[in-house]
Design a binder for this molecule. Sequence first.
Ligand SMILES: *Cc1c(COP(=O)(O)O)cnc(C)c1O
Length: 355
Amino acid sequence: MGNITKEQIEITKVNTSKIESIDFNNLAFGQVFSDHMLTCDYIDGKWQMPKIEPFASISLMPSAKIFHYGQSIFEGMKAYKDSNDDVFLFRPMENVKRLNISAKRLAIPEIPEDYFMEGLKALLDLEKDWIPTKEGSSLYLRPFVFSTGEGFHASPSNAYKFILACAPSGPYFSGKVKVLIEETYSRSANGGVGYAKAGGNYAGQFYPTQLAKDKGYQQVIWTDDTSHEYIEEAGAMNVFVRINDTLLTSPISERILDGVTRKSILDIAKAEGINTEVRKVKVSELVEAAKNGSLKEIFGAGTAAVISPISGFGFRGEDYEIPEIDNAYATKLKNRIVKIQTNKTDDPFGWRVKV
Ligand SMILES: *Cc1c(COP(=O)(O)O)cnc(C)c1O
């Protein structure tokens, strides 16, 4: 860190802002975009100075390698604004570091951390008015990198583009989520790219998820690719299970994404005196616990929804309901993390970063 400062970033502003046309009281998630974006090009063997430009289409040749070989990675993070108009990020360095972990696995050159962070700060200075303040709302930030170099040859590109775009967003509503435990398809495999936020991981999930939707489920719980005996993730979220009063989640691995929400929830749960266990969780254990009434909660954890409670699961043609309970861990943990993120409570963990 420390090679560039946000003041050095060249800014090209839009002629007319479109902010007046946005209804900030009825924001969906990730559907409208702010006026500007941060961009940075990798050419001639190095990342060039980041710039801020109007949010607009980009032009690529049909021979650009992104279309053929899928070298593409992304991140998801949020910016919040409190009642004093102060702007906050939540553990942003975790996203910077993870983007570069993904970059390495996809043979994409790593972006200098200060280009990302100073660029993001300059962008937030400019887009401050785009940060919604209504409860559950935030400015969703989408950093991504893809190959722009050309050629019909399956090899890494010599040119890449990094873009960070902003979407003022309301809460990520999923409603009651019933999940199907998947035993045929896998999200990721040993030695694969499951731990990276690589675009292709999500493309591969769409078809099995569509099949689950056709059967009346909203989402899939992925199991390990070799035995399908252990649960790993819920859609594109990490997954937690509460059996009696113990909160369980699988250890991260080369197949499981190291979620910022997951690790924050583990720390908050410990601080709240909740008994936590990080260990593999068997599907058979879930079924057993659902049958004897000790399965109290299942929920997904990720930046977009924060925590998404699961109301039941299907496995081998049987459906298992999880009755709603008072004092759910999901509610308690979500409230605490959101209050930390939005500067409504103290932050003993040191996660909140004022911009
Ligand atoms: C992004 C993502 C998560 C959640 O990560 P956060 O850092 O909490 O947003 C979990 N699993 C997968 C597969 C993901 O892509």
